[in-house]
Design a protein. Structure first.
Length: 317
């Protein structure tokens, strides 16, 4: 009898079989990654900046709805937070920029993302889903769905609303919710800065050797603390949850334009599948169209829309 009698007799190239309670699950191997199935990190980052800046340019009142004042810091914080959140779904890819930028923290989060994605895909799927050649695919699974973006936003919104006091010693007291907001915002700002200012951040990290990632992450925590202390909003720190959800959705929409697609409708069935990958176009990730056209285009759009957004927000204020 084979070691996993309920598992299909096939070669698990990308996953290893694990039997739990008589059901077969396939967990991702550490070296399994789809590095070319989605847009590059810089493309995601600049597209997020461009999209958010365009929305703020068209509807500057959004900043006033999130914060008590339409300050320059509020605008920059919103754009960077959503940009960083746009990188988070790719933590399910072992060769992603997001994972490497977060150093040891990214390695731990990547395992959590990939295992949770694989388990959910294995447990919730139709017979048509299971016929896929790359099934289950931890990189284009749970964390690449708008559904999970909304769920993540709701969870973080509930957590940042916890009012239980937390002592910070000589730094005073805060709430458990504000600590959660600090952690989440720190991750988002770190990913945003590491992507938008990639050459500078890479050089900065190399200057500190093996501790470079941790030093950069510590500075991101300090920056996030400054932002949360300076920008008081009518919804408290709830805007962090909004930024997380918005950024993850932007990422999913972006990947739906690649050749591999994205399961945009999960958990709603489409053509017999819960994980149907929508392909709104057939752009090859890492190809010339992305590197020579999309990246420069998004960069120019980010600068132009950003300047317009700042002008429009200042006018409303």
């Amino acid at each position: 009898m084979p070691p996993y009698p309920n598992c299909e007799r096939r070669v698990f190239v990308l996953c290893v079989p694990v039997e739990v309670g008589g059901s077969c699950f396939r967990l991702p191997k550490a070296d399994a990654a789809y590095s070319r199935s989605g847009f590059m990190g810089i493309t995601h980052a600049m597209s997020a900046v461009a999209v958010v800046a365009l929305v703020l340019a068209l509807r500057p009142s959004i900043v006033l709805a999130l914060f008590d004042s339409a300050s320059l810091l509020a605008v920059v914080a919103t754009v960077l937070a959503i940009t960083g959140a746009c990188m988070i779904p790719d933590l399910d890819n072992t060769s992603s920029r997001a994972k490497s930028d977060l150093g040891p923290v990214g390695s731990v989060l990547s395992v959590v993302f990939r295992v949770s994605s694989t388990l959910v895909q294995s447990a919730v799927a139709t017979k048509y889903d299971r016929r896929g050649e790359r099934w289950p695919n931890p990189h284009r699974g749970l964390w690449h769905t708008p559904f999970m973006a909304v769920v993540s936003g709701i969870i973080v919104r509930l957590l940042v609303g916890i009012s239980a006091p937390v002592s910070l010693g000589r730094f005073g007291e805060t709430t458990a919710g504000e600590v959660v907001a600090l952690v989440v915002l720190s991750l988002m700002l770190h990913l945003a800065l590491s992507s938008v200012f990639k050459p500078f951040m890479d050089k900065f990290k190399r200057g500190f050797g093996v501790a470079g990632d941790l030093v950069a992450l510590a500075l991101s925590v300090a920056l996030s603390f400054s932002v949360l202390s300076s920008v008081s909003g009518s919804v408290g720190v709830g805007w962090v949850a909004f930024a997380l959800c918005a950024g993850m959705v932007v990422h999913d929409l972006g990947d739906s334009f690649t050749t591999y697609g994205c399961p945009l409708l999960f958990p709603l069935p489409f053509r017999g599948k819960l994980w149907y990958a929508f392909r709104l176009s057939r752009i090859k990730a890492g190809g010339e169209l992305e590197t020579r056209l999309l990246q420069p285009l998004f960069t120019v759009a980010a600068v132009v829309f950003g300047l317009v957004a700042l002008w429009r927000v200042a006018a409303v204020h």
